[in-house]
Ligand binder design. Structure first.
Ligand code: 5AD
Ligand code: SF4
Length: 469
């Protein structure tokens, strides 16, 4: 755990930077790539920047501080980052903009080498384990105007108590654990985010209680592998427990008791760690949404083995059956990778088979992308891009036909909807989400924003439902 003194020191740097910036109307621009964990990190960075006297802008051309929070789970992100850095050169020459890059990609040496070489005007490079030191890094730049790289390879520590600026005032994400120990062979995360570290239950409870007091209604618990919360060696050795919380299941139950919170979600669990106590907790906790994200990755036992997922097709299907039996009205969403090394036509058919059998509410589909440094990248039997794309299109067609069919089941039902505000496409209408995370568009008074209301579903439109008060 990062010591209280260290956090105190960072708070002092926040004050020092604020003093330097005083009287100047400085602006910051932030671009966040990747998953909800990265978004949550960006909320923390925004919190720090605002306390240091910067105001957010959507135009990087007018920013005095530009921050990129990067992701490296799949390709494309690299090209995007380098493209943006190229564009920033002129802005920097004109305004003296400070450029800071953080996040997962900065833990990859071939990327930071390239930045030093081709984009030497970048001021700060910081990794996933040094995010809390951003105020200190920024202070150094303001004082010394020298380039700085603050990336460490050893696992970072959990820190508490720095500011945060939330993007919503009704839904909040709470990170419960950092890192991953699973080493799925396609995945870069364990290399860039380090080993599993759980936050102390008392800090999580305090954060959720505070959110409830501020009027937040929906909490999403985040981690690379949430259902191994508190399972890492560090915790087993210490035998720590707080008010009966010693596992993910007991954490869910404790959060379920917090008054004011009405909906609890979590991403992502791992099927191999989906123990009965977690299933029971979901079934019994009325606030826990009955939509569970259960990453499949592949439906083929062979491919799952080479992916190091540690479950078979049958075990996954049995788990789904067990969950459906114990949790009334359960719906599932999933992640699937198409075209992993060695995937045969037969293997791919197994994936389609599982999709047909489970009938997911939502499927996040990815084409396998080779990541430098992972075992998957070194496997010999890589699948040609053309085949990957063809399989992806076949999976997509199946998923879309299932979603259309599934949507029919909603028509005529009454759904609880958390109202988020005016619809982006048509500001005359309101938009919200059901427990199962479906978007619902409906006519209503703007005052309904931030409330959970009941709506009758009158029609379905592939990616959204239409509702009526
Ligand atoms: N290629 C494609 N998809 C990937 N994912 C993780 N690594 C890769 C990769 N190398 C997907 C997995 C994971 C989701 C967050 O991203 O499906 O669950
Ligand atoms: Fe990556 Fe697997 Fe860990 Fe998820 S569980 S972050 S896919 S290594």
């Amino acid at each position: 755990m990062v010591t209280a003194q260290e956090i105190e020191k960072q708070k002092q740097y926040i004050e020092k930077v604020k003093e330097i910036n005083q009287g100047r109307e400085l602006k910051y621009f932030i671009l966040t790539m990747g998953c909800q964990l990265n978004e949550n990190d960006s909320e923390k960075l925004c919190g720090m920047m605002e306390q240091m006297g910067y105001i957010q802008t959507d135009e990087y051309q007018e920013a005095d501080l530009v921050l990129f929070n990067t992701c490296c789970v799949r390709e494309n992100a690299e090209d995007k980052l380098f493209g943006k850095l190229g564009e920033l050169k002129k802005v920097k020459e004109k305004r003296g903009t400070i450029i800071a890059i953080g996040g997962c990609m900065m833990q990859e040496k071939h990327i930071t080498d390239k930045i030093h070489e081709s984009y030497p005007y970048t001021d700060i490079i910081f990794g996933t384990h040094t995010l809390h030191k951003f105020p200190e890094d920024l202070h150094k730049i303001l004082q010394e105007r020298k380039k700085l790289q603050d990336v460490i390879d050893i696992d970072g520590e959990v820190y508490e108590g720095l500011p945060i600026k939330r993007t919503s005032n009704i839904k909040a994400s709470v990170t419960i654990m950092y890192g991953c120990n699973n080493f799925c062979t396609y995945c870069i995360v364990p290399y860039v985010r380090g080993r599993e570290r759980s936050r102390h239950p008392k800090d999580i409870l305090a954060e959720v209680e505070q959110l409830a007091q501020e009027g937040y209604k929906e909490i999403t618990l985040l981690g690379q592998n949430v259902n191994s919360y508190l399972r890492s060696e560090q915790w087993k050795e210490k035998g720590l427990e707080h008010e009966g919380i010693n596992s993910f299941a007991t954490l869910l139950r404790a959060i379920n008791r917090i008054e004011g919170i009405e909906r609890i979600r979590f991403v992502s669990p791992h099927p191999k760690d989906f123990t009965d106590d977690v299933i029971d907790a979901i079934a019994e906790c009325e606030k826990v949404c009955k939509l569970v994200h259960l990453p499949l990755q592949s439906g083929s036992t062979n491919v799952l083995k080479t992916m190091n997922r540690r479950y078979t097709k049958e075990q996954y299907l049995n788990l789904v059956e067990k969950m459906k039996a114990k949790i009334p009205n359960l719906t599932l969403s999933t992640d699937i990778i198409v075209g992993f090394a060695g995937e045969t036509e037969e293997d791919f058919e197994d994936t389609l088979d599982v999709v047909r059998k489970v009938c997911f509410e939502q499927v996040y589909m990815f084409i396998y992308s080779r990541r430098v440094g992972t075992p998957g990248d070194k496997m010999e039997n890589q699948i040609p891009e053309e085949i990957k794309h063809k399989r992806f299109d076949r999976l997509k067609a199946l998923v879309e036909s299932q979603i259309a069919e599934n949507n029919q089941k909603y028509v005529g039902t009454i759904q609880k909807v958390l109202v988020e505000g005016p619809s982006k496409n048509n500001p005359e209408l309101l938009t919200g989400r059901t427990d199962s995370n479906k978007v619902v568009i409906f006519e209503g008074q703007p005052e309904l924003k931030d409330q959970i209301i009941e709506l009758k579903i009158i029609s379905e439109h592939m990616w959204y439902l239409k509702g009526e008060m």
